[in-house]
Design a protein around this ligand. Structure first.
Ligand code: Z2T
Length: 791
C-alpha cells in the first residue's frame, strides 16, 4: 500500500513526496482506496445486469454524506493497513483522514437519511442508484459575529472530489419552457431552453466490500459552451450567457429545511435532476429489456419527499409522447414504479407551485397533471385536488402517482393518515404504510465511537456491525461491574477527547465529569432549543440562589444552523450565545454550569459530539418532529434521552424501556387541545414563577446589556403566540431535568441505564428500515442470496 500511495502521488497528482502537502497525501491515499473499490463496484453492476435484477432508484434533492475516507477504509477492512502505510511514509494518519472536507449536500435529517440508506442498500446487496444534484456549493458555512449567525458559501469542490468518476458520456438534455404542439392527437413539447445534465458517479460500497452501488449526481452544463458569433463580435458577456444560465441550476443547495420558498430556480432544480434520473433509468431499461411495459418489474423509484414529485408527470410524458402509450395505461404503469416518502406535517413545508409558473417552466407537464387530476376525479369523484386555488399541490400529486406512500415513524404515519392525507387515505386505504427511519451502525457507532466499538467487539465479535440486533446480548451485562466500568471508561475517554476539541475551538474548558447535555439539529421553533435555553437560565438562577446544594455539574452543548431567512431561528441562536457569554463568565457557577455552541455544526461535528453525550435532547412539540434520527444516534452511543412523545422517540422508548428514558410534556393530542384554549401561554407563564423570572431577565437585557431590547421579539412571541407550547411544557421539562440530575449522581446506575439504551437500539439500524422498504414497497431482493453467503 505504501508503494501504491507513492505511485498515485507521483503519477496521478504529479507530486514529489518531498513536496507533498497533507492534502496531496490524503488524495493519494484516497485514490489508492478508490482503486480497490472499483472491482467490486463494477462487478456488482455487471451482476445486477446479468440477473436482470430489479433496481431501486432513490431520488433525493439531498445526500448529506459527510466525509467518505474513513467509510471506505473500514468497509474494505483496511484500517490497520492504511494507518501503517501512512505512518511508514512519515505522515500523520489522523491529520490526513481529517483533511477531507464534508460533502454537505443536504440540510439535515432528510439528506442524512438518504446517505444512511445508500450505505444500507450496499451492505444488503440490493442493486440501487442514488440520484441527486452535484451542487457546486453545499449547505452554507456558519460563523458567529458578536453572537449572531453569519453565512458564507461552502466550497467543497475547491479541492478535487477524489471519490467521483466524471461521466462525460452520460448526458441527458433537459428542456425548460416553450410550447406544446399536436399532431393527430400526439403531443410534442418544444422547450425553448435546454441544459445538459452530466453524471458524476461515486461508488458506494457496503460493509466488508461485498457489494457496490452508485451515487449518481447531476451537474448542469450548457448545450453549447459559448456563442461563437457573439464572441467574434466582441460581445464576451453575451457569448457566455447560456453557460451562466445553465450552471446556475446546480450551483447551490437551498438552505431551507422544513420551509418552502417557492423560487422558480428551485422548481428548475427539481425538474432538472428528476428528468435526468428518469431518462437515465429509462435508457438502462430499454437497453436491458426493451419492453416498456415491463418497467415496473425492473424499476422501483423512491421519491424522497415531494421534491422529485415531478417524476410522475415526467414518466407519463415519456410513456405517452415518446412511447405512444395511452394516457390511462401510462398513469397506471408509472404508478406501479413510484413510491413517495413524506417527511413532515408542517404546513409551511408542503410544496405548492403557482400554475402560472408551472405553465411557463413545464407547459407539457401541466397538461399531464390536468389529465392525472381528471383521471383521479373520474375514478374517485370528490377526491382532493392536485390543482387547487391556482396552485399545483405536490403532496397530492405525489400521493396520487405513488402505489405506496410512507411515513417515517409510527406516530408520524398515524398522523399522516389522520391529517394531511386523511381524505386520500379513505379513498386508498392500503396505500399509506409506515417505515420507521434508521441509521447506519457503520458510521454512527463503528466509525464514530472506536472506544465503544472495541468494547462491544471484544464481547460479541464483530458480526453485530451488519446485524445490529445482536447488541441485545449486552443486556445481560447490565449488572456486571467490570463491564459497566469499561462502558463508563469508553464514554469518559470520548468526553475527554471532546473537551480537548472544545477547548481548542471555543476556548472554553470543560469538566469531563460533568453531565454532557447535547442538543444538535437544525434550529427551528418546533424543536424548541429555546425551551432548553430557558431551562438553562432557570438552572443558573437556582444554582446562584442555593450555592451550597450538591448540584450536578452540567455542560449544555448546542449545535445547529438556522435557515438564513428564518428570523426567529436566528434570534434564538443570538440568545443562546448571549446567555453563554454571561453564564460562562460567572464565577458563582464556575465548574457547575457551562454553555457551548461550536459554530458550523455538520456531520463531522456530530461524529465528535454524539459519542461524548450523556443526555440527548429530543424535546420537540409532540406531533411536529416526523421522526428524528439524531435521537437514534445518541441512544445507540449510550446517551439517555430526555424527550417528548414525538416521532421515533415513542418507539425508542418502547425499545429501551420507559425506566431508561426521561419522558416529559404534553402528548400530540393534548397539544392540539391546549392550542384551542384561549390564552394558554399567559396562563402557563403565570403559573410558573420560575419561568416568569427567566423571561423577565431576558426581557430586561440581563444577557444583552449592550442592546437590552434585543430579545423582546422572542419574549413577546412566547406570551402571545407560543405556537409550539414552550411555555406549557416548561415546568414538566424543568422537573424532569432535575430528576436526571439526581439519577446522574449515581454514576454506576446511570451507566447501566445507558448500556440498556445501546443494547436495545438494534432495531433502529437502517438495514432494518431498508429491508422494510424492499419487502413492503419495492419488492426488490438482494441477489446476494443465502446460497452465495454460505458458499
Ligand atoms: C428534513 O430534514 C426533514 C423533513 C423535511 O420535510 C425536510 C427536511 Cl430537509 C420536508 C426531516 C424531519 O424533520 C425529521 O423529523 C426526519 O427524521 C428526517 O426528515 C428524516 O425523515
Amino acid at each position: 500500500m505504501k508503494n501504491d500511495i507513492l505511485k498515485r502521488l507521483r503519477y496521478s497528482l504529479g507530486k514529489d513526496a518531498g513536496a507533498a502537502s497533507v492534502q496531496d497525501w490524503r488524495m493519494a491515499l484516497s485514490l489508492v482506496l478508490r482503486d480497490q473499490l472499483v472491482d467490486v463496484w463494477l462487478d456488482s453492476a455487471r451482476r445486477a445486469e446479468v440477473n436482470a435484477s430489479k433496481r431501486v432508484y432513490y431520488l433525493s434533492m439531498e445526500f448529506l454524506i459527510g466525509r467518505l475516507i474513513e467509510d471506505m477504509i473500514s468497509n474494505l477492512g483496511l484500517d490497520a493497513a492504511a494507518r501503517d502505510a501512512v505512518e511508514a511514509l512519515g505522515q500523520d494518519y489522523d491529520m490526513i483522514v481529517h483533511d477531507e472536507p464534508d460533502a454537505a449536500l443536504g440540510n439535515g435529517g432528510l439528506g442524512r437519511l438518504a446517505a444512511c440508506f445508500m450505505d444500507s442498500l450496499a451492505t444488503l446487496g440490493i442493486p440501487a442508484f442514488g440520484y441527486g444534484i452535484r451542487y457546486e456549493h453545499g449547505l452554507f458555512e456558519q460563523s458567529f459575529v458578536d453572537g449572531a449567525q453569519a453565512e458564507s458559501p461552502e466550497t467543497w469542490l475547491s479541492q478535487r472530489h477524489v471519490w467521483e468518476f466524471e461521466r462525460p458520456e452520460v448526458q441527458h438534455r433537459i428542456g425548460f419552457g416553450g410550447h406544446v404542439s399536436r399532431d393527430g392527437g400526439r403531443a410534442t413539447w418544444h422547450p425553448d431552453n435546454m441544459v445538459v445534465a452530466t453524471g458524476y458517479d461515486t461508488p458506494v460500497v457496503g460493509w466488508q466490500g461485498e457489494w457496490g452501488n452508485t451515487l449518481r449526481l447531476w451537474s448542469a452544463k450548457p448545450v453549447n459552451p459559448f456563442d461563437l458569433e457573439s464572441f467574434n463580435r466582441g460581445d464576451y458577456l453575451a457569448a457566455s450567457r447560456s453557460e451562466a444560465l445553465a450552471r446556475t441550476i446546480s450551483r447551490v443547495l437551498y438552505p431551507d429545511d422544513t420551509t418552502e420558498n417557492g423560487k422558480e430556480l428551485r422548481l428548475k432544480q427539481e425538474y432538472f435532476f428528476t428528468a435526468a434520473s428518469i431518462m437515465d433509468l429509462m435508457c438502462r431499461h430499454m437497453e436491458e429489456d426493451g419492453d416498456i411495459r415491463a418497467l415496473p418489474e425492473h424499476v422501483a423509484i423512491q421519491l424522497n419527499d415531494t421534491h422529485p414529485a415531478i417524476a410522475g408527470p415526467e414518466l407519463v410524458r415519456l410513456l405517452v409522447d415518446d412511447h405512444g402509450l395511452a394516457m390511462a395505461e401510462a398513469i397506471t404503469l408509472a404508478r406501479r414504479c413510484l413510491a413517495y416518502t413524506n417527511h413532515t406535517l408542517l404546513p409551511e413545508a408542503l410544496e405548492r407551485w403557482p400554475e402560472g409558473l408551472f405553465a411557463r417552466v413545464l407547459p407539457r407537464h401541466l397538461e399531464i397533471i390536468r389529465e392525472i387530476e381528471a383521471a383521479q376525479q373520474a375514478e374517485f369523484p370528490g377526491s382532493p385536488h392536485i390543482l387547487e386555488h391556482g396552485d399545483v399541490c405536490m403532496g397530492e400529486l405525489a400521493f396520487v402517482m405513488a402505489h405506496k406512500v410512507n411515513g417515517v415513524s409510527a406516530l408520524h404515519t398515524d398522523l399522516v393518515k389522520k391529517t394531511v392525507f386523511a381524505e386520500l387515505h379513505r379513498i386508498h386505504p392500503t396505500r399509506i404504510v409506515n417505515q420507521t427511519n434508521g441509521i447506519t451502525p457503520r458510521r454512527w457507532l463503528h466509525g464514530c465511537n472506536p472506544a465503544l466499538r472495541d468494547l462491544i467487539t471484544q464481547q460479541l465479535g464483530d458480526t453485530w456491525v451488519s446485524d445490529l440486533e445482536q447488541l441485545a446480548a449486552l443486556k445481560a451485562k447490565r449488572s456486571d461491574t467490570s463491564f459497566i466500568q469499561a462502558f463508563q471508561q469508553a464514554k469518559r475517554s470520548n468526553k475527554v477527547a471532546l473537551s480537548n476539541w472544545i477547548s481548542e475551538t471555543c476556548g472554553v474548558a470543560l469538566d469531563p465529569d460533568a453531565m454532557f447535555d447535547v442538543q444538535i439539529k437544525r434550529i427551528h421553533e418546533y424543536k424548541r432549543q429555546l425551551m432548553n435555553l430557558l431551562e438553562t437560565v432557570a438552572l443558573w438562577n437556582e444554582m446562584r440562589d442555593d450555592p451550597d446544594r450538591d448540584w450536578t455539574p452540567r455542560v449544555k452543548i448546542f449545535g445547529g444552523k438556522a435557515a438564513p431567512g428564518y428570523v426567529l431561528a436566528k434570534q434564538i441562536i443570538h440568545l443562546i450565545n448571549d446567555v453563554a457569554r454571561v453564564v460562562n463568565a460567572d464565577p458563582a457557577t464556575k465548574g457547575r454550569l457551562r454553555i457551548v455552541f461550536p459554530p458550523n455544526y455538520n456531520v463531522t461535528m456530530a461524529e465528535r459530539l454524539i459519542p461524548a453525550a450523556d443526555l440527548s435532547e429530543q424535546i420537540s412539540t409532540a406531533g411536529k418532529e416526523a421522526s428524528g434520527t439524531g435521537n437514534m444516534k445518541f441512544a445507540l452511543n449510550g446517551a439517555l434521552t430526555i424527550g417528548t412523545l414525538d416521532g421515533a422517540n415513542v418507539e425508542i422508548r418502547d425499545h429501551v424501556g420507559s425506566e431508561n428514558f426521561f419522558l416529559f410534556g404534553l402528548t400530540a393530542s393534548e397539544v392540539v387541545d391546549r392550542r384551542h384554549q384561549h390564552g394558554f401561554s399567559r396562563a402557563a407563564i403565570e403559573a410558573s414563577p420560575r419561568l416568569q423570572r427567566v423571561l423577565g431577565q431576558i426581557f430586561e437585557g440581563r444577557f444583552s446589556p449592550e442592546d437590552p431590547h434585543r430579545h423582546h421579539g422572542l419574549i413577546g412571541m412566547l406570551y402571545d403566540h407560543d405556537h409550539f407550547l414552550v411555555t406549557c411544557d416548561f415546568d414538566s421539562y424543568y422537573d424532569t431535568q432535575r430528576r436526571a440530575d439526581v439519577v446522574f449522581q449515581n454514576s454506576r446506575n446511570w451507566a447501566s441505564m445507558a448500556l440498556m439504551n445501546t443494547a436495545s437500539m438494534g432495531w433502529f439500524s437502517s438495514d432494518r428500515t431498508i429491508q422494510g422498504y424492499a419487502r413492503d414497497i419495492w419488492q426488490a431482493d438482494a441477489p446476494r442470496s443465502a446460497l452465495e453467503r454460505s458458499a
